[in-house]
Design a protein around this ligand. Structure first.
Ligand code: F6P
Length: 366
């Protein structure tokens, strides 16, 4: 910002796990900034890594062409880099250092007046910390998990649902042919939105979500009952964060320098092995994994991403910093980042969608 407080240049970064719709957001920011406000736009590469190491690319209107339908992010991303927790070696031991001042200097070097951060809870929390240190910043919520507090929906979720539902459809046919139980594990971290909605859309018979701890005997009962009724197969949809009533989540790996080092995964095998052992029914397990993060964004995600991107630039021009755009019902709104950080939006266990699923006979294993 110059001495008159005029905004001339916007910086963008995409942080955390990628998701379909990020390019729609980048496109909307670039086009709105250039065409509506005559601004310059610079992208920081690979999330906060680009800010830390000053790796950038200028974004012209031509860079925003032909990217709307592409998954991923043209800027690259990372769910490890954090300017407040930068890994260094001290006397042969790994330690972490706050190098946020250097990152803020890089904003200045690039003459960036406002930074727009497109990210999940980790990236937006870092954004909030930068804002507290005086960086004029606006946030845009993204994640396939749909677990961000403060917005009804994040972009990326709808496309991930479509991918998961199509996979369940495909598993249905092979399950029927072989009279098998098919367990399909989906992503979502500590929220069961993907399992619940893709499970409902794909006709899952059992859906296990983190918000409703399961009893394996109840899961097996539901599967056995279907078999005894003469059903040819059963589909069990398991969220990666699902856990038994008296047990813990299954951790697949630790990513030390990540804002959230825990990577969940593998509960599908645990559930599948138990089903086969206890019911005697042949069971196969599919872990969908990162396929859920890929692909061309759905209509919904392209439109939501475009609305978020455009509104974020408008917010920046109104100098409403430290805020995040969000969807409330059908309207785009904004709220303080301070309210969002450290909170997760999880499935209400007695909410309408869970009740709907129960009404049509879905078991939650409880
Ligand atoms: O937050 C998105 C997400 O895809 C989660 O559903 C999943 O647990 C995690 O990211 C996987 O992260 P990574 O890409 O580091 O394996």
């Amino acid at each position: 910002m110059n001495s008159k407080g005029e905004i001339k240049k916007i910086g963008i970064l995409t942080g955390g796990g990628d998701c379909p719709g990020l390019n729609a957001v980048i496109r909307a920011i670039v086009k709105t900034a250039i065409f509506q406000y005559g601004l310059e736009v610079v992208g920081f590469l690979d999330g906060y890594g680009g800010l830390i190491h000053n790796r950038t690319r200028m974004l012209e209107s031509a860079d925003a062409s032909g990217i709307l339908h592409r998954g991923g992010t043209i800027l690259g991303t990372s769910n490890r880099d954090n300017p407040f927790r930068f890994p260094v070696m001290v006397r042969g031991k790994r330690a972490f250092r706050d190098i946020s001042d250097q990152s803020i200097q890089n904003l200045k070097k690039n003459k960036v007046d406002i930074l727009i951060v497109v990210g999940g809870d980790g990236s937006l929390t870092i954004g909030y910390q930068l804002y507290q240190k005086g960086v004029p910043l606006v946030g845009i919520p993204k994640t396939i998990d749909n677990d961000l507090w403060g917005t009804d929906v994040t972009f990326g979720f709808d496309t991930a649902l479509q991918t998961a539902m199509e996979a369940i459809d495909k598993l249905q046919t092979t399950a029927e042919s072989h009279h098998r139980v098919m367990v399909v594990e989906v992503m979502g971290r500590y929220a069961g939105w993907i399992a619940l909605e893709a499970g409902l859309a794909g006709g899952g018979d059992v859906i296990l979500i983190p918000e409703i701890p399961y009893g394996i005997e109840k899961v097996c009962e539901a599967v056995k009952k279907r078999h005894d009724l003469g059903k040819r197969s059963s589909i069990v949809v398991v969220a990666e964060g699902a856990r038994p009533k008296r047990g813990e989540v299954v951790v697949q790996r630790w990513v030390e320098d990540s804002t959230d080092p825990v990577r969940l995964g593998g509960v599908g095998y645990k559930v599948g092995n138990e089903i086969e052992k206890r019911t005697g029914l042949e069971t196969r397990v599919t872990i969908l994994g990162h396929i859920q993060r890929g692909g061309s964004p759905s209509v919904f995600d392209r439109v939501l991403g475009t609305r978020f991107g455009t509104r974020a630039v408008a917010l920046a021009m109104e100098k409403k910093f430290g805020r995040m755009v969000c969807l409330r019902g059908t309207k785009i709104r904004d709220l303080a980042l301070e309210k969002v950080r450290g909170r997760q939006r999880r499935v209400p266990p007695n909410g309408e969608i869970v009740k709907t699923a129960r009404s049509i006979g879905v078991s939650f294993g409880d």
